[in-house]
Design a protein. Structure first.
Length: 124
């Protein structure tokens, strides 16, 4: 995962590494182990969790651009899901339309047997 180490992330927001670690443990911010014994934090996640604690205006601009990229990626995923749903709904619609056409073209069934409650007792 591309991201900042806890130390770098803490420097970006002007907090201590321990403060950031407590936020991770409390579930306020997500961090992913990188396999080397350290954790990585997505800069967009930092901007979400600590919007007013940036160390400088420059880092806030950096977070803003990553946030836009993250938002674009999320929108692309949502668009793909919506397109898949539309395709599935079209298939369902076509199946229902085909069934309705078959039923409309089928000859009516001849009535057999008696109708009504008296039909159970052999009377018409």
């Amino acid at each position: 995962m591309v991201g900042l180490s806890l130390r770098d992330a803490a420097e970006k927001i002007g907090k201590s590494k321990a403060t950031l670690w407590r936020a991770v443990k409390a579930g306020k911010i997500s961090a992913v182990p990188d396999g080397l014994g350290t954790y990585r934090v997505d800069p967009a996640e930092l901007a979400r969790a600590f919007p007013h604690d940036t160390a400088s205006r420059e880092s806030m601009q950096h977070f803003g651009s990553l946030s836009e990229a993250t938002e674009m990626a999320m929108l692309a995923v949502q668009l793909a899901a919506a397109e898949a749903m539309v395709a599935e709904l079209r298939e369902d619609r076509n199946r229902w339309r085909d069934q309705a056409e078959r039923l409309a073209l089928a000859p009516p069934k001849a009535e057999t047997g008696r109708r009504g409650l008296f039909g159970l007792f052999g009377k018409s």
